[in-house]
Design a protein around this ligand. Structure first.
Ligand code: LM2
Ligand code: CA
Length: 461
């Protein structure tokens, strides 16, 4: 079973996209542990190409050169320090691993860890991999053909043959090294481009975590309906990304009346116990990887509502995106003159970041919903109320959530909760809610900044 994230029942991970290991270690200690985040998806940790044209794009990290732990985010020593410091405060690390391919055809030179490579000749001495470890060249241009999707070259990236025993052992060795360091799981990049049976064979070569249990796996499978490859082929291997939810959440924020149908099993959406869900990811927020018209930090008001709803709703295992600001879709992270990644600075109010880092995971309507999701885990929705611009529901008899598109609400609603005084989690108790003896409460929202209210039984009062 590859579905346990190993974080003591916590329910939310955050993708600290392109952050340096030193900054992630600090964020675990000063913030994520206190807010109840389960863990962090980190950018690829292994050695990758350095692309000069365009200058150092974010996507250079999706072209591996070797499995040495030396990337744009830092050295092996820094990585190791981050994993153990985060783990010590109860925050786990999930590594984005690229095992479908190595660097793109035609690329040669030296990687971030000093290894030479020559994709033209299929030579990656840092692993090492040679010609026989790759599938024969064919261009991937027909997503209607599962054989092509698995065996041909995605955007000319040199496609590894995961049916080859040496390749399987090399990949397993890489993952086992990360497991030894205390990593709790993996995001499998381009899983759709690998055969599920090969992933199973690789998983069978993996160690248990030092504290016991199988590593957590979530596979990137872009299934938006309409292609033969389905997320369900991968659920035996762990969680699978559910990209249709991104579309459903964007539509539902336009008209809250549609959020009741945000999970559409008629459309083939993944069962809740295997769906890794998110409002946007590092790819589709910039038009890559199945991107389109989605909600991102660039539309902050609707974005807050979408993420808060996702965290309140009873579907999937949730991932919050934490971005850097960008104006073109290739642009890499905020950098110094030598292209080294800039430090993350924290704003004085703690609710955002500087130096070009957006830190959506610190926005109150997002960050404070983590405690809500953790508290109501295992319950279902009740007392559902929705109009075009207002929405509210309870989660079992443990919590109540409401949001308003305009930021305004003045409504008496059934909460399903025991009578008493409750604190709004979003505003750290600046708003208080009284539930009367029949379970009703007068819900008042009047802030554009915090268009969401959430309270839990057993929370602060
Ligand atoms: C994915 N899913 O399976 C991601 O959705 C996708 O965004 C990734 O591509 C892909 N896997 C590989 O991990 C990203 C990026 C591409 C970029 C690749 C490799 O979206 O634009 O391709 O990483 O860095 C770039 C160039 C492309 C070129 C390729 C190979 O944009 O034009 O293809 O490098 O040199 C000739
Ligand atoms: Ca492949």
């Amino acid at each position: 079973d590859y579905t346990d994230p190993h974080c003591g029942g916590k329910q939310v991970i955050v993708h600290l996209f392109e952050w340096k290991w030193t900054d992630i270690a600090l964020e675990c200690e000063r913030y994520l542990s206190k807010k109840g985040y389960c863990g962090v998806q980190v950018s690829p940790a292994n050695e990758h190409v350095m692309v000069t044209s365009p200058p150092r794009p974010w996507w250079e990290r999706y072209q591996p050169v070797s499995y040495k732990l030396h990337s744009r985010s830092g050295t092996e020593a820094e990585f190791t320090d981050m994993v153990s410091r985060c783990k010590a405060v109860g925050v786990r690390i999930y590594v984005d691993v690229i095992i479908n391919h190595m660097a793109g055809l035609g690329r040669t030179g030296t990687g971030t860890g000093g290894s030479s490579f020559d994709s033209t000749n299929y030579n990656f001495p840092g692993v090492p991999y040679v010609r026989e470890h790759f599938n024969p060249y064919c261009k991937l241009n027909n997503y209607g053909d599962p054989n092509q999707v698995r065996n041909c070259y995605l955007v000319d990236l040199t496609d590894l043959d995961q049916g080859n025993e040496y390749v399987r052992n090399s990949i397993a060795g890489f993952l086992n090294k990360l497991t030894d360091l205390g990593v709790a799981g993996y995001r499998l990049d381009a899983a759709k481009h690998m055969w599920p049976r090969d992933l199973t064979a690789i998983q069978q070569k993996l160690k248990d975590l030092p504290e016991g249990g199988r590593p957590f796996f979530f596979m990137e499978v872009i299934d938006q309906g309409g292609e033969p490859i389905k997320t369900q082929e991968y659920t035996p291997n762990g969680y699978v990304t559910e990209f249709r939810y991104c579309i459903k959440l964007r539509e539902g924020i336009n008209d809250f009346g549609r959020l009741g149908q945000a999970v559409d099993y008629g459309w083939g959406m993944t069962d809740s116990g295997h769906a890794l869900v998110f409002v946007d990811n590092h790819d589709n927020q910039r038009g890559h990887g199945g991107g389109g018209d989605l909600l991102t930090h660039k539309n902050p008001q609707n974005y807050k509502l979408a993420v808060a709803f996702m965290l309140a709703n009873d579907y999937g295992f949730t991932r919050v995106m934490s971005s850097f600001s960008f104006s073109n879709s290739d642009q890499g992270p905020p950098h110094n003159g030598d292209f080294s990644t800039m430090d993350v600075t924290i704003n004085a109010d703690g609710k955002g970041c500087g130096n070009g880092w957006v830190c959506e995971h610190r926005w109150p309507s997002i960050a404070n919903m983590v405690a809500f999701r953790n508290a109501v885990a295992g319950t279902t929705k009740g007392n559902y109320y929705a109009t075009n611009g207002e929405l509210a529901f309870s989660r079992g008899n443990k919590g109540f959530f409401a949001m308003s598109k305009s930021g305004q609400m003045d409504k008496t609603l059934q909460t399903g909760l025991p009578a008493g005084q409750y604190c709004d989690l979003i505003t750290d108790c600046a708003r208080k809610i009284t539930v009367d003896g029949s379970g009703n409460a007068h819900i008042v929202l009047n802030s554009n900044d915090n268009p969401v209210v959430a309270f839990i039984v057993g929370g602060p009062t």
